[in-house]
Design a protein around this ligand. Structure first.
Ligand code: SAM
Length: 302
């Protein structure tokens, strides 16, 4: 007699990690969970799992979650943060790239109806398709190798979130929070769309495995309208040109990257009310905007 082959039963998930159970535990508990799932932290995917309950609570508190909120979580990992989000938000859509982790997450959250796990590279999603017409918040302990593209993905889409609360590398947090005088392309790209604030400094001991860098949680309150009126492609072309050689005086930096009639850069900058000898890191967003509008009017950028 032949019996049809049965799939191997899935190994049991240790109880402390059930999404309805209490504290997610210690680094040792994460290690046990990974082992029981047959998984290892993938360095290439930036897998450092946050195991500090106090920090998890601060992230959720900073997101000011309401029962009707839709949250897009980037990189849920083993679901430590997801579990907190699901308890306070209306719906959580969690996007995870790692197939093994996705399988585990689907089991962990099978009885949590307001959590949907999507297996996908977050950089391939279209926020407007996921959220539809609904307002949404983006929350995540980001994989650091794609911090800037993730921020840009959600800030440069026409359907921006109302709020982002993200864990980033601490040095990147300082760059994002910089004031005129120390600005960078990254700072302008974020501050043009929202107001970033520091929520918490996070030591590497809050993660398993411990990353080599220190971290920080940022909250970005996204404006209804960006702080510039010029077309985004032109605006970022000009800003990127300015920062391509940030040590140069602005008239030289711009003329090197944007074609303009010979020796016209200083006059264009003066017309925008900007001293041509200044450097890119000192310009405010309204100044970049004024400069871009003049360059667009003259058909030098589009
Ligand atoms: N949120 C979890 C936590 O706090 O413990 C895990 C955070 S871990 C720093 C980053 C997570 O993002 C990992 O689970 C990793 O597999 C996932 N990830 C990495 N690259 C990704 C990508 N391109 N798209 C979606 N998820 C990604």
């Amino acid at each position: 007699m032949h019996s049809s082959p049965r799939p191997d039963p899935e190994p049991p998930i240790p109880p402390p990690f059930s999404p309805t159970a209490g504290a997610p535990g210690s680094p040792a508990a994460v290690r046990t969970l990974l082992r029981s799932l047959g998984l290892r932290p993938q360095k290439g995917f930036g897998q450092n799992f946050l195991v500090d309950e106090a920090i998890l609570r601060r992230i959720v508190h900073a997101a000011d979650l309401q029962p009707g909120d839709l949250v897009i979580e980037v990189g849920p990992g083993l679901g430590h943060l997801t579990r907190h989000l699901a308890a306070q938000a209306g719906q959580v859509i969690a996007i995870e790239i790692d197939r093994g982790i996705v399988r585990a997450l689907r089991r962990l959250f099978q009885e949590t109806p307001n959590v949907e796990i999507i297996e996908q590279d977050v950089l391939r999603i279209r926020p407007e398709e996921l959220a539809g017409d609904r307002p949404y918040k983006v929350i995540g302990n980001l994989p650091y190798y794609i911090t800037s593209p993730v921020l840009r993905l959600f800030l440069e889409t026409p359907r921006r979130p109302s709020l982002m609360v993200v864990m980033v590398q601490r040095e990147v947090a300082s760059r994002i929070l910089a004031r005129p005088g120390d600005l960078s392309l990254l700072a302008v790209s974020v501050q043009a769309y929202g107001q970033p604030r520091l929520v918490a400094r996070v030591p590497s001991s809050a993660f398993f495995p411990r990353p080599k860098v220190e971290s920080a949680v940022l909250r970005i309150d996204v404006y209804d309208h960006p702080r510039f009126d010029s077309p985004p492609s032109a605006f970022f072309r000009v800003v990127a040109a300015g920062f391509a050689t940030p040590r140069k005086q602005l008239h030289n930096a711009l003329a090197q990257r944007i074609w303009m009639p010979p020796d016209s850069a200083p006059a264009i900058l003066r017309e925008a009310g900007i001293d041509p000898a200044r450097r890119a890191q000192t310009l405010t967003i309204p100044e970049w905007d004024r400069l871009t509008r003049i360059l667009v009017e003259r058909r030098l950028v589009s």
